[in-house]
Ligand binder design. Structure first.
Ligand SMILES: Cc1ncc(C[n+]2csc(CCOP(=O)(O)OP(=O)(O)O)c2C)c(N)n1
Ligand SMILES: [Mg+2]
Length: 548
C-alpha cells in the first residue's frame, strides 16, 4: 500500500469524518483513500472556500475536520481563510501536497513551510515512508492539543512510495489543562464577594462542552448578569439574565448595564476594542478579571486587576465551589424590575425611523421580518461589511453554537463558505447566511457548491450595490465614493443560474415566497437579494474605524 493511501486511512481511523478540498494530482490519492475509509468529502470550487468550510465545520460541530489541497497554488489559495482559522484558534488539519525536495524546478515549487509559518499555522510533514504514519498521527494530535490549524505537508515522492511505516503510536486523549490555581480562585472569589453589580462575559473560550452551564451557575451564585463577545453570540440565549452581545452590537440597555458594572469577569474573551468599544464600556471603577487558557490574553487589551489561567468550565466550577464553601451566595443586581427591563430591551423593541421606500427595504425591517419568519432553530452566519450588525442585532441567535462569525482576520468574503461548512456540520438546522453584495461577489464560485451539496441554507444578501463600509467611512469625510460603488447586480438571477432559488426583495411583502419555501422540502437553497436602503448607517461603524 502506498503512503498516501495508508495515511488517508489512518486519519479517518483517528476520527477525521469530514474532508473539504479541491482535488489535483498531488492530493487525489490521499483524499480518495479517506473517502474509501468512510470519510465524507465535499469539493469546493476554490481552495479559499474549502479552508473556510473546514474552519466553520469545526466551529459548528466541535470536531476536527480536514481540508485537502494541491501543492503550490492549491495551498496559496487557502491563505486568507487559513489566517482566519489561526487567529480564531480553530483546530483543523490542512493536508497540503508538496513538491518533492529534489524537484527544485517544478512550477509548483514554493517554500510552503515558510508561507504557512508566516501566518502562524503549525507545520507537520511526512518525513519519509518509515515515519509517515507517526508523522500524520502526530499532526492530527497537535491540531487538537495546540488548538490551531496544522498544515500536514505531503511530499509527492514520500506519498508515492510503498508504505514501510510501523504502526503509529496509539491516539492520546486530548491534553487537559491543569486545574486553576487555588490562590487565583481565592483572590477572584474575594473580588466577586465584594461586587454589587457583576457581569460575566463569555467569549470563544467559553463555547466548549460544559462551560455554559458552569458559568451560568457561577453567575447565579454571584447575582451576575451574562453577556457575550460577538463570536460567542447566543451562548446564554434563553437565560433571563442574558443581556446579549456586548460591544458595538450591544443594545442601549446592555451598554448602560456593562458601563455601570463594578466587576467584569470574562471567560475566554479577550475584551478587545470590539467588545468594549475601545474600553469605553468599562466604568472607571470597574474591576476587570479575565479567565483564559492563554496567559497572554490576560491584560492583553485592557488592564486586568486579576487573572486566572484555566479552562472556562473548570474555573467557573472552582469559583462557585469556593463561594459555596464560604456561604457567600448573593443576588447582586438581579431584581424583578431589571429582569423585566432585560426582557423588553432587545433591539427589535427599540423604535426606529422606518426607511423602506420606493424600491428598497430598510435593512432593520428586513432583519426583523426574517427573524419572525425563520425557525428558531437556526445557525446564523454573517460575513463582514457595514451590514453585518443588522442580523445579530435584530435576529435571535439560537443557543449551542447558533452564531458562526469568521471575523478574526476581518476579511470580507468568508461568509458563504462559513455557511456551507456550518450547514454540512448541522444539516438538521436551517443555516442563514447574511452576506453583503461585495462579500458574495468575492465568493461566488461556492454558490455552485451550495446547489451541488443540496444544503439546508438560506442566503440573504444585504445588497446596497457598494462597499458600503467604505462609502460610509469616506463619504462623510467629503471624499468622492465612486470607486466603491457599483452598478446593480441581479443576485436572484445568478442564484437561479447556479441551481438555487432566487428572490428579489424590495419591501416586506416581497418575502411571501420565502414563507412558502420554508414550508416546503427546501430541496434547493434559497437566495434572497434584498435591495437595501443604502442610507441607513450603523452606529457601530464609526467605532470600527477608530482603530485604523
Ligand atoms: C479581503 C478584504 N478586502 C477588503 C476589505 C475592506 N472592506 C471592509 S468592508 C468592505 C465592503 C464590503 O462590502 P459588502 O460586502 O457589500 O458589505 P457592505 O459594507 O456594503 O454592507 C471592504 C471592501 C476587507 N475587510 N477584506
Ligand atoms: Mg454592499
Amino acid at each position: 500500500m502506498k503512503v498516501s493511501e495508508a495515511v488517508g486511512r489512518l486519519l479517518v481511523e483517528r476520527g477525521v469524518r469530514q474532508v473539504f478540498g479541491l482535488i489535483g494530482s498531488g492530493n487525489f490519492d490521499i483524499t480518495l483513500a479517506m473517502v474509501e475509509a468512510g470519510a465524507s468529502f465535499a469539493s469546493s470550487r476554490h481552495e479559499g472556500g474549502a479552508i473556510t468550510m473546514t474552519d466553520a465545520f469545526g466551529r459548528a460541530s466541535g470536531e476536527v475536520a480536514a481540508c485537502s489541497v494541491h501543492q503550490g497554488p492549491g495551498l496559496t489559495n487557502t491563505m486568507t481563510g487559513l489566517t482566519e482559522a489561526v487567529k480564531s484558534r480553530t483546530p483543523l488539519l490542512l493536508l497540503a501536497a508538496e513538491t518533492a525536495a529534489g524537484a527544485t524546478r517544478s512550477n509548483f515549487r514554493i517554500d510552503q513551510e515558510a508561507l504557512v509559518t508566516s501566518i502562524g499555522a503549525g507545520v507537520a510533514r511526512l518525513r519519509e515512508p518509515a515515519t509517515a504514519l507517526s508523522d500524520a498521527a502526530l499532526g492530527l494530535q497537535r491540531a487538537r492539543d495546540e488548538r490551531r490549524p496544522i498544515v500536514l505537508m505531503l511530499p509527492l515522492d514520500v506519498q508515492g512510495t510503498e508504505c514501510s511505516s510501523a504502526a503509529p503510536p496509539p491516539a492520546q486523549p486530548a491534553v487537559q489543562l491543569p486545574e486553576p490555581q487555588a490562590e487565583g480562585i481565592r483572590k477572584v472569589a474575594d473580588l466577586l464577594a465584594a461586587a454589587q453589580r457583576p457581569i460575566v462575559i463569555g467569549g470563544r473560550g467559553a463555547l466548549g462542552a460544559g462551560a455554559r452551564e458552569a458559568i451560568e451557575e457561577l453567575a447565579e451564585a454571584t447575582g451576575a448578569l451574562l453577556a457575550t463577545s460577538a463570536v460567542a453570540g447566543g451562548l446564554f440565549a434563553g437565560n433571563t439574565w442574558s443581556i446579549g452581545i456586548t460591544g458595538g452590537f450591544a443594545t442601549p440597555l446592555a451598554v448602560e448595564l456593562v458601563s455601570s458594572a463594578d466587576l467584569l469577569l470574562s471567560f475566554g474573551a479577550t475584551l478587545n476594542m470590539w467588545s468594549t468599544r475601545h474600553g469605553r464600556l468599562v466604568g472607571p471603577e470597574a474591576v476587570v478579571v479575565q479567565v483564559d487558557i492563554d496567559p497572554e490574553a490576560i491584560g492583553g487589551h485592557l488592564h486586568a486587576h486579576a487573572g486566572i489561567v484555566g479552562e472556562s468550565a473548570a474555573t467557573a466550577r472552582a469559583l462557585t465551589r469556593e463561594l459555596d464553601r464560604r456561604h457567600q451566595r448573593r443576588d447582586g443586581w438581579r431584581s424583578k424590575d431589571l429582569a423585566e427591563r432585560i426582557a423588553r430591551g432587545g433591539w427589535s423593541q427599540h423604535p426606529f425611523e422606518e426607511a423602506t421606500a420606493g424600491d428598497s427595504i430598510d435593512p432593520r425591517t428586513l432583519s426583523i421580518a426574517l427573524d419572525e419568519l425563520l425557525p428558531a432553530s437556526r445557525t446564523l452566519v454573517v460575513d463582514s461589511g457595514h451590514f453585518m450588525g443588522w442580523p445579530p442585532m435584530y435576529m435571535a441567535i439560537a443557543p449551542d453554537r447558533g452564531f458562526i462569525f469568521t471575523q478574526s482576520y476581518q476579511s470580507i468574503g468568508l461568509g458563504l463558505a462559513t455557511a456551507i461548512g456550518a450547514a454540512v456540520a448541522r444539516p438538521e438546522r436551517l443555516t442563514v447566511a447574511a452576506l453583503g453584495d461585495g462579500g458574495l461577489l468575492m465568493s461566488l464560485p461556492e454558490l455552485e457548491t451550495v446547489a451541488r451539496l443540496g444544503l439546508n441554507l438560506l442566503i440573504v444578501v444585504y445588497n446596497d450595490a457598494a462597499y458600503g463600509a467604505e462609502v460610509h467611512h469616506f463619504g462623510p469625510l467629503g471624499k468622492p465614493t465612486d470607486i466603491v460603488r457599483f452598478p446593480e447586480t441581479d443576485f436572484a438571477a445568478i442564484a437561479r443560474a447556479c441551481g438555487l432559488e432566487g428572490l428579489t426583495v424590495r419591501k416586506p411583502e416581497d418575502l411571501a415566497p420565502a414563507t412558502e419555501w420554508l414550508a416546503g422540502d427546501r430541496g434547493k437553497a434559497l437566495l434572497i437579494d434584498a435591495k437595501v436602503v443604502p442610507t441607513v448607517v450603523a452606529e457601530w461603524l464609526e467605532e470600527a474605524f477608530k482603530g485604523h
